[in-house]
Design a binder for this molecule. Structure first.
Ligand SMILES: Cc1cc2nc3c(=O)[nH]c(=O)nc-3n(C[C@H](O)[C@H](O)[C@H](O)COP(=O)(O)OP(=O)(O)OC[C@H]3O[C@@H](n4cnc5c(N)ncnc54)[C@H](O)[C@@H]3O)c2cc1C
Length: 199
């Protein structure tokens, strides 16, 4: 079995879902969005919801950028741990930023229902585990920071991780309730089709 490929998985799985005409004349709009991946699809959706006449352009077929290559995880964790972000920008901003990411998952779920998405949104827990003993200390600090700020997290010891998930060689980790997965390529296309119909 080939585990590695140069081709983006979601593009191969879904094929060419939809194609749109090129912009060949001058047009007026309130908002012009450049780039038709998951970001452009969500911004376009919001702009149209808010009543702005919106045009979205892309230099190639829609969703052929990194949106076609994701591992489909929707997590509220950003790249900087909460405890570290607090030190960098202060508690209020750090917590707000983590809460906004968490709420985004709920909003995406709502949106999948509104547009009757078939992109396979599924609620999933996530496990952030230490693969080296030296990482346990800061990961525990991160667990405390999330717990104190109301995130639904649980600390699992290595034996519990082995028992629940059959992962060996861990040194404990944070189990987060909030999380999901989705085919972002399909979802972005669905949003484009949903909103293009309103034209
Ligand atoms: C292997 C991989 C796995 C990933 N896994 C995850 C994951 O599990 N979860 C997660 O949240 N994120 C993941 N990501 C990140 C995620 O894919 C990106 O953050 C997301 O797809 C970005 O979407 P986007 O719409 O901003 O960009 P893109 O999907 O790249 O779309 C940008 C679009 O802009 C167009 N464009 C660029 N420049 C111009 C121009 N000058 N004129 C006209 N058009 C232009 C491009 O053609 C493209 O279509 C992963 C990324 C990769 C590569």
């Amino acid at each position: 079995m080939n585990l590695k490929s140069n081709e983006p998985f979601w593009l191969l799985k879904n094929g060419l879902v939809a194609s749109y005409p090129s912009l060949k004349s001058n047009e007026e709009c309130d908002v012009l969005i450049i780039g038709g991946g998951i970001t452009g699809s969500l911004i376009a959706h919001q702009m149209i919801e808010d009543g702005y006449s919106t045009i979205l352009i892309d230099k190639r077929e829609l969703c052929n950028g990194s949106t076609s290559a994701t591992t489909s995880m929707l997590q509220y964790e950003i790249d900087v741990p909460l405890y570290e972000l607090k030190e960098k920008i202060g508690e209020k901003g750090a917590v707000l930023s983590y809460k906004a990411c968490s709420e985004a998952i709920d909003r995406i779920e709502k949106l999948t229902k509104i547009i009757r998405s078939k992109a396979g949104f599924k609620r999933k827990k996530s496990l952030y585990f230490a693969s080296k003993k030296k990482d346990t200390a800061w990961l525990k600090k991160e667990y405390e920071a999330r717990k104190q700020n109301g995130f639904e997290v649980e600390w699992l010891e290595a034996e519990q991780i082995l028992e629940k998930f059959e992962f060996e060689n861990t040194y404990g980790g944070i189990l987060s309730k909030q999380g999901a997965s989705i085919d972002a390529f399909q979802f972005a296309h669905e949003l484009f089709m949903h909103n293009a119909k309103k034209d």
